[in-house]
Design a protein around this ligand. Structure first.
Ligand SMILES: C[S@@+](CC[C@H](N)C(=O)[O-])C[C@H]1O[C@@H](n2cnc3c(N)ncnc32)[C@H](O)[C@@H]1O
Ligand code: SF4
Ligand code: SF4
Length: 374
């Protein structure tokens, strides 16, 4: 645990040096995002995973090998995700391998459809200690419509309540993830109330069609929000947050979300994703961000060689300074590292203003290299 904290503290300090003093500084990833499968059991209108069958995904043995390499490299956190990771019949073996061959903290993203009480217990026994569960609506009508399956809300909710019951016993970290899109804006306050009732932290994703899982299929139209409506709903949420702030996203996050739909890049806010995370895709491709096509593969070379390569480091730097199309991924962490956002959070907390405002102008950071194509 102390080793993890020290490593993360070193990572974030180095990133600040890169941000403000040494833009070319090599800051290596310490978290891995493992896409165990790109296939899925739901049919979310915002997502492309379920629309085609992804063949030739990494086998159990190949995942063991990837995890062993990540453990040897000292990665502090492994996030299992997808698609729907629980669809893999060998998911427990893979998680168990990770807990017995690395000392990384283990996390799972899931739609919770297959997260029965038995499965929750088995995952916890295998070593998972934090869970993100997706809710795209606060009501069955909205959630089921976006998730493309009648009854999904009821099942997800039932499974999630059981997980909440296990939280204290196993010191679990739980988050509810709500992807903001045109159709569910009207339920922002309701999802906030639901998270507060369950005493679970609420995290907002923002819809995009730029990242590899969500490209095409008219997903872009889900981001066509009416400015007035968006402002009104975010301000309503801010009013609620003023009365009852616990478990809700920070002021700067709500400002960021409001601007995302006009400006997915918000260029003067650097993006930590590619430096923080190594993404290992279900067929073995490796990259460091959600919208940049992964140019490497674990099927072709060892991970140590990939992350030490000049090409990987150059891409990381380009992405950190937002020489990308932008996608809004992990904006919450990016904002936490940005003094301007922290200042606005503090001013809002102090009651100096109430409504949402634009924090990041469309101002370019100095360009030191040609941008990567995304
Ligand atoms: C791809 S899913 C993978 C894990 C799992 N299947 C789930 O739904 O939680 C991860 C997150 O992406 C979000 N998401 C889906 N479509 C999106 C889009 N077009 N843009 C941004 N996030 C999206 C989902 O709501 C979910 O919270
Ligand atoms: S968002 Fe998650 S649950 Fe929905 S289709 Fe995509 S991978 Fe499946
Ligand atoms: S904002 Fe840019 S660098 Fe960050 S994850 Fe999205 S595309 Fe990648």
């Amino acid at each position: 645990m102390i080793r993890h904290t020290t490593k993360l503290a070193w990572f974030f300090s180095s990133l600040m040096v890169k941000r403000w003093m040494l833009p070319q500084l090599d800051v290596r990833p310490v978290v891995a995002e493992l896409f165990l499968t790109d296939n899925c059991n739901l049919r979310c209108i915002s997502c492309a995973c379920w629309r085609t069958e992804t063949p030739s995904e990494l086998s159990r043995q190949e995942w063991f090998d990837v995890i062993q390499q990540l453990g040897d490299l000292g990665f502090v956190k492994l996030n299992f995700t997808g698609g729907e990771a629980l669809l893999r019949p060998d998911v427990l073996d893979i998680v168990h391998y990770a807990s017995s061959h690395t000392d990384a903290r283990l996390h799972l993203n899931t739609n919770a459809i297959l997260l029965t009480p038995k499965m929750s217990q088995e995952l916890i026994d295998a070593g998972i200690r934090s869970f993100n569960v997706s809710f795209d609506g606060a009501t069955p009508g909205m959630h089921d419509h976006i998730r493309g399956q009648r009854g999904a809300f009821e099942l997800t909710m039932e499974h999630f309540r059981e997980l909440v019951r296990l939280r204290d016993k196993y010191h679990l970290q739980l988050r509810m993830c709500f992807t903001v899109l045109r159709k569910n804006l009207c339920e922002l306050v309701d999802i906030a109330k639901l998270a507060q009732e369950l005493r679970v932290r609420l995290f907002f994703n923002v819809v995009t069609d730029h990242t590899f899982l969500f490209r095409g299929y008219n997903i872009v139209s889900l981001g066509n929000v009416d400015d007035g409506n968006l402002d009104a709903e975010l301000n309503r949420l801010l009013e609620w947050k003023r009365k009852k702030p616990k478990f809700l996203p920070r002021y700067s996050v709500l400002c960021y979300i409001g601007d995302h739909f006009k400006d997915q890049l918000q260029k003067d806010l650097p993006c930590t994703e590619a430096n923080l995370k190594l993404m290992v895709h279900s067929q073995g491709q490796v990259g460091g961000c959600w919208a940049h096509d992964p140019p490497f593969s674990v099927r072709e070379e060892p991970i140590a060689r990939i992350i030490a390569s000049e090409k990987f480091r150059r891409i990381q730097t380009d992405l950190f300074f937002k020489r990308c199309r932008g996608c809004g991924s992990n904006h919450s962490l990016n904002l936490k590292l940005e003094p301007r956002a922290l200042m606005y959070d503090a001013l809002w907390e102090a009651g100096l203003f109430n409504k949402r405002r634009r924090i990041f102008a469309e101002r370019n950071l100095p360009v030191r290299r040609a941008g990567v194509g995304v």
